[in-house]
Design a protein around this ligand. Sequence first.
Ligand code: SF4
Ligand code: SF4
Ligand code: FES
Length: 637
Amino acid sequence: MADTAPASELVTLEVDGRSVEVAPGSLVWDACERAGVFVPVYCAHKKLEPVAVCRMCLVEVQGMPKLQPACATRVSPGMVVRTATEQVRKFRDSNLEFLLLNHPLDCPVCDRGGECDLQDFTQRYGPGQSRQSITEKVHFNKAVPLSDKIILDQERCILCWRCVRYYEEITGEREIVLQERGVHTLVDTFEHQPLRSEFQGNLPEICPVGALTHAKYRFRARPWDLRRTASICSHCSYGCSVFVDAREDQVARYASSDNPDVDDSWLCDRGRYSFPELNRKDRVLSPEAATAGGRQVVSYQDALGRAAGQLLRVGSDNGGEAIGVIGSDLMTNEEAFLLQWLARDIIGTPHLGHRLLPAPEISPLDFELGIAEIEECDQVVVLGPLPEQLAPVLTLRLFKAGTKRARKILRVEAPFTVAAIRKQVIGEGRVGVVAAESDREAALKLRTALTGAGRRCEVLTLMERVNSRGCQDLGLLPGWLPGYRRAPSPGMELPDILEAAIAGRIKALLVVNPGPDLEADPRLEAALKGAEVTVVVAAFPGVASRNATVLLPGRTIVEKAGTVTNAEGRVQRVRTAVEPKFAFPSDLKILGDLARAMGGELGAQPLAGPVYDLLARAVPAYRGAQAGLRPRWEATA
Ligand code: SF4
Ligand code: SF4
Ligand code: FES
C-alpha cells in the first residue's frame, strides 16, 4: 500500500528522523520499510490482516502515551515515529525474554535453525541470559504429525496466530486452532483431525519459527548447506515462482517466492512436494547406440554422427515426411522453437507434435485474461472443477477475489450451455471466464456471446504442463507455425504419428524429452519398434530410451536454463539449479548440434539467450517478454 497513490495524496511522516511519503491508510510498518528502517515482527505478515498479538513491533509515536504496534497503526500526516529509543529497546528485550520462557533449547536440532526469526531477533534485540531455570519450563508435545506432510512441535510455537489466520484468510479452510488458555495455550488441528488442505505446505513458511516443519525436509539440510536458485514450479501450467534449494546434486526443497501476478506467494502441495521425482537416481547417463553387437555406450560425437546419418538416410530414401518429430511440454521455449525448426527446415517433415490431445483451433484469445486480472473482474465464471484441479493455486486467487475484492465467483457445472450461463451473469461490468483446455470451445462461445451483448469478457485457459502454452505459441504442433500462423501443410497429430509408425508409414522417429503421458501410452513402444530409426533424447530410462537406435542423455527441468510460458501467456525464466551427473551438452545444444550434423545452420549459438532472440524474431509478441511479461499478441496482428 506504500506508494500507489498520486503524489498529491501521499501522507508525509517522520521515521527515526527520516521524512517519508506513503499512501493514506498505510501502516507505520510500511512507512518504516519505506524509510529503510527495520522493525521486527512475528504476527504481522504482508499477506494477512494485522492482529497485533505478539507486540514485537512496538514503536514510539510522538503524542501517544504508550508504545504502538507498527503492524496495526495507520499513518497520519506529520506523525513522528521512533523505533530505536531506550523504551522500545527495553520492551523488545523483555518481550523476547517472555517468548523464550518456555521455548525449548532446540536450535541445534531444529529444521528452522539458521532461518528462524526467534533466533535472529533474540540475537539482535534479546537478553543475553535467561532468568528462567531450564527445569521450570512448561513442556508440550514434540514432533506431532499433523499429516504426512507437516510436523508440529507445540513447544516451539510463539502463538503468533499466523497459521490460524492463513487458513481463515488465504484458503478459507479451518484446520488449525488455538486451544486452552494462558501459559497452556497451544496450536493443534481441529479435533485432532489430520490436515487435508491442498495448501498445507505453505504453513512452515508462514510460521516464523520451527513449530511447523515439512516432513519431507526434516533433518535434510541446514540453510547454509543449500544453494538457492530462483525458478518456476514445473508441475503445471500456472507457473508459480519458486526457489529451488539444492544440496549438492539433489533438490532438498521448493520454497515459495512471491510473484504477485501469478502465485501471490503461495504454492500448492502437489507442486511444492513434486521435487523428489527430479532426484531420481535412475537416469540416462551416457550416449548409447544400437549396434550389430547389441546396445553400446558411445561417445557424444559418435552418437550425434549416427543420429544425423540415420535420419538423413531415411529422409533421402523416403522423403522427410517419413520422419516424425516428437517433443513434449516439459521442454523450454528455446528447445521447442529449435525442435520445430529442425523438423520443418532441416528434416523437412510437417509431422511434429508435443501432446497426445489434438489442438484444433488454438488462438491467443484462449489466454487474454491474466491471472491477477481475475481480481479486477466483476464476475468470474469458472467452468467446472477442472481448472482448479489442473492448477490448484488458482483456487486461492479465486478465494481472494471473492473475499478480499468482493468479486462474484460463479462456478458452473457441465454441460456448459451459453444460454444457461448467460442468465447467471449479472450486472454490466467485466467478466472473466476460466476454463480447462478441454472446455476452451465452451469458454470462447461464452466470450463471443457476452462481448456481442456489449460486455467486456476475457478467457483464461488452464493447460496441463509447465510449458504447454509455450510449445503451442512456438509452433511445436502440426499445422501451426510459431506465432499462431497456419502451416502450409497440416501434418499429422502426435497420435497419428504413432499409428503411422506402427503401420510402417513413418520410418524414423526423433523423440525429445518424452513426458509421462507419452511414456504411459501403449502405442509408443509399438511405434518405436515399427520405425527403422529412433533417435531419443531422454533424462530418464523408459520405453523411449529402451527402444532407441541412438540415445542421448537429456536434462530435467531443474538442470535446464531458458524460458517457459505459463497458462496466461507469461514468459518466465527457469534456471539451472542442479548440475547433471554427466558432462554432456544440454538438450538445446544437442538439437543445435544435430541440426548442424544434418547440414543445417541455425545462425546463432544453441544457447538459451541467442535462441530466444531468434524465436522473438519469428514471434514478435515474444520480443522483450523474457523478463517475466505476458507477450503482447496484438503486436503480431
Ligand atoms: S505454529 Fe507457528 S504460525 Fe502457528 S501460531 Fe505457532 S508460531 Fe505462529
Ligand atoms: S499451481 Fe501449479 S505451478 Fe503452482 S505450485 Fe501448484 S503445481 Fe506448481
Ligand atoms: S508484529 Fe506487530 S504486534 Fe505482532
